[in-house]
Design a protein around this ligand. Sequence first.
Ligand SMILES: Cc1ncc(COP(=O)(O)O)c(C=O)c1O
Length: 389
Amino acid sequence: MTEAKLISSLNEENLSLLSKTYVPSRLLLGPGPSNAHPEVLKALSLNPIGHLDEAYISLMSDVQKLLRYTWQCSNRMTLPMSGTGSAAMEASIANFIEKGERILIAKKGYFGNRLVDMSSRYKAQVSVIEKSWGQAFSFEEIKYEIETKKPSIFAIVHAETSTGVLQPLDGIGEICRKNNCLFLVDAVTSLGALELLIDEWKIDIAYSCSQKGLSCPPGLSPFTMNKRAEEKLVSRKTKVPNWYLDLSLLNQYWGSDRVYHHTAPVNMNFAMREGLRLIANEGLENIWNRHITNANKLWDGLENLGMELHVSKDFRLPTLTTVKIPPAIDGDAFRNHLLRKYGIEIGNGLGELSGKVWRIGLMGFNSSEDNVNRLLNLFDTELGKFTVF
Ligand SMILES: Cc1ncc(COP(=O)(O)O)c(C=O)c1O
């Protein structure tokens, strides 16, 4: 043994580091993560097995089949990427953009902005159309921009978590096909919660996350692409400039060969299988109805308490509600009170809506009548205590 002195961070001030990990119990009614389903947590806590074990390989196939059901698609390349939603977002840009290619991004909030940022890092020619935070694009606006700008990819966020807007997607896929353009959709806050029909809506590439509609912890990002996208990928002139997210390499593991690419986060995939199994058991249509019913109850309840919602009903997002903070209320203090006294998280506004709205999420396992009633009751009894004079 050498006599080297070990560096210790364990001085008297932080001896608590030696106590067991403790995490307080929370009801997560913010923009995500949402609470994981208890059955998902059980699956997550199983002992890992090897990522090339035949039992794991069979579980991978289950996850892919269940994901195809949840995405409503028949795409061969349907897989959960290792990493949070932003990983699959980045894969969607890195694999389908080559230097100088035009991407058209319809931006109406914070996450549209992230798509713009990523695309410019991969040296795309980025064209942006913009709406104010709280509005959706009309079909005609999108059609006009695709026809005039002639991008090779058109990207849009289905459910803008920063604003609470649900973007209608009808007919856009058709326009993209007519204009030889790939249709890319961010479904981070819609997959497994809201109607989303990848094949029928002619969406070529889509990505999501594990921590919202799928009732899992954060860590995986479901991804799917169709044959049109596969063709585009094989016709690339240059290597995908991101090794970890290179779909042709990932295809060797998630396609038929099951060849090692990176060590899969096996426990997260146990959890994902369980989350998807619960979705298949409940049935997508029942799930979509549950989310709409509970959101309507929340919206009516808030309005009955005199609160104003940020987005008009036509484009309101059932998974994430933005409610205006009344001018006389200290918004941060109320939010902190809910967290500290009742263990309930709601979100602050993001970006330009910071301090103007709260964001209330009802996603996956957490979209329940009990949760809506509990929160409305606290708005009713506690909010007045945070009036600033
Ligand atoms: C619409 C949308 N897109 C992308 C992301 C990024 O996902 P993640 O934070 O899981 O990386 C989020 C995160 O909440 C989101 O709401």
